[in-house]
Ligand binder design. Structure first.
Ligand code: MLT
Ligand code: ZN
Length: 477
């Protein structure tokens, strides 16, 4: 256990500023903030700071900066790449947004919501829904992931296909910079060409340039009709053909279009009690399609039935179930959203959150599957994801009965094998999960040269002492 003590003057100043609820130093209180959701990283910290306001946060950051103490911003702690976990030195403080939970405003004229960073995505969605509006971002971890975290990581998820990533939804931002100054960009304008779009620099910066404290998020009118179906398909090629068929008829109606391999679906059905397969027999793959409209719209059902009817006739779809109630709809979504949890229960897994052009998905799946099965015989290839965005979670679960540690020791070999195929197909090694600490080693070969150098210059300009979320995005020199 490293020495996790803070300089006494800093300790007293922070304790004084934040009070007992906002300043945690006891190992039993800080432990959960030092481990990631996947339990891959076990760090240490000198303290967890939980400011209740931007002002408190800014003062705390200024104090830490003065004492050269590294800071790790943390939202709901659901990162898939260790992006919010401190290192093992015990020198850093975690700055958690969990006490900044106010929804400040919902604006019906501008269709915006102003929220503090610690509001969970689910709480923000529910608040919008209660006002007849939709916060159009949905991810599996939305019950814990918070607004600050989803913006800092530019989260994507299930509705990106229609509304874009978190980046597209962020109209305004407030952030505390690494020296403790407050950058107030809290505008709610759709048009504002006044120099660099600094908010977009903060979005997706994974907490390396500052800590997002408040945001203005774009909303939409809430859907009044939704049609959801789970379809059995032969493969990703058929799933993509089905996607194209819906897109041809009405691209604006597609709210989500998800893919699940037979292997990943079987893990969910067998390991999550509340998620049996709602079809008569297992299939090689599945597509989940959701259509939505802000109108009370019978024609959505007709569209769903027509496209699926034709797809069944053409052999693109071999079986399908349509949700007949909100409960059935939620059950279908639960199956999709429990994929990450089921894979966690199945043992150690290596995640490859990749994107490739849509047309390259079948070749990617085929080549990457072969390559991984050759690399580690018995490996369970369990891909799923947001196929409508070209984003596949090409996740590999350890062979049954294998030693989890030995399997994880091969993570770079697995990730590199997959990445090589992704590169050939013109894709990205991280579509929506970010770089975190898990994938920093890939940055030089993927984003090297002028691109990484420009990122370094920006980082250095805003954080010359490298105190804000060190060890993330950038590989160690
Ligand atoms: C999801 O879409 O459920 C998560 O992003 C995925 C994962 O487990 O890789
Ligand atoms: Zn995802």
């Amino acid at each position: 256990m490293p020495d996790t003590s803070l300089p006494p003057t800093l300790h007293d100043a922070l304790a004084n500023l934040l009070g007992p609820a906002g300043f945690l130093t006891d190992a039993s209180d800080t432990a959960s903030f030092c481990m990631d959701w996947r339990m891959l990283y076990h760090g240490h910290c000198a303290a967890v700071l939980r400011p209740a306001t931007t002002e408190e946060c800014a003062k705390a950051v200024a104090l830490c900066a003065e004492h050269n103490v590294p800071m790790v911003p943390q939202g709901g702690n659901t990162s898939m790449v260790g992006g919010a976990t401190p290192d093992e030195s015990g020198k850093a403080v975690v700055i958690s947004t969990t006490r900044m939970t106010r929804i400040l405003n919902i604006d019906h004229a501008d269709l915006t919501m102003t929220v503090e960073a610690g509001v969970t995505l689910k709480a923000a969605q529910d608040a919008a829904w209660a006002e007849d509006l939709l916060l159009p971002l949905s991810i599996s971890s939305e019950g814990s992931a918070d607004i600050g975290g989803i913006l800092a990581t530019n989260a994507g998820g299930n509705n990106t296909v229609r509304y874009g990533n978190a980046r597209e939804l962020a109209l305004g931002l407030e952030a505390v910079l690494p020296d403790g100054s407050v950058l107030n960009l809290m505008r709610k304008l759709r048009k504002d060409n006044t120099g660099y779009a600094l908010r977009q620099l903060l979005v997706g910066s994974e907490g390396t340039l500052g800590l997002i404290t408040t945001a203005v998020i774009q909303l939409q009118p809430r859907p009044r009709s939704r049609e959801t179906a789970l379809c059995a398909v032969a493969d990703a090629k058929s799933a993509l053909a089905l996607f194209a068929a819906f897109r041809k008829q009405d691209p604006a109606a597609i709210q989500a279009f998800e893919y699940m391999s037979g292997t990943s679906m079987a893990l969910v059905n067998s390991l999550i009690e509340s998620c049996p397969l709602p079809l008569s027999e297992p299939a090689p793959a599945y597509a989940l399609v959701e259509l939505a409209s802000p109108r009370e719209d019978e024609s959505l059902r007709t569209l769903m039935e027509d496209v699926l009817g034709q797809a069944l006739e053409d052999g693109l779809v071999t079986d399908a179930v349509l949700a007949e109630s909100e409960t059935q709809r939620q059950n279908i979504w639960m199956i999709r959203e429990e994929h990450a949890e089921a894979q966690k229960r199945a043992g150690a897994s290596v995640k490859n959150d990749v994107s490739v052009p849509l047309a390259a998905i079948p070749a990617f799946l085929e080549d990457a599957t072969k390559a991984c099965e050759t690399l580690i015989p018995g490996i369970r290839v369990a891909p799923f994801g947001h196929i409508g965005d070209g984003n596949i979670h090409f996740n590999l679960v350890q062979p049954e009965g294998a030693d989890p540690k030995a399997f994880l020791a091969q993570d770079h070999a697995i990730m590199d094998t997959v990445a090589e195929i992704v590169r050939k197909l013109g894709g990205s090694f991280s579509a929506e999960h970010g770089v975190g600490q898990l994938k920093t080693y890939m940055m030089p070969s993927w984003r090297g040269g002028a691109e990484l150098e420009t990122m370094r210059k920006i980082k250095l300009a805003l954080d010359p002492k490298n105190l804000m979320n060190p060890g993330k995005i950038f590989p160690a020199h």
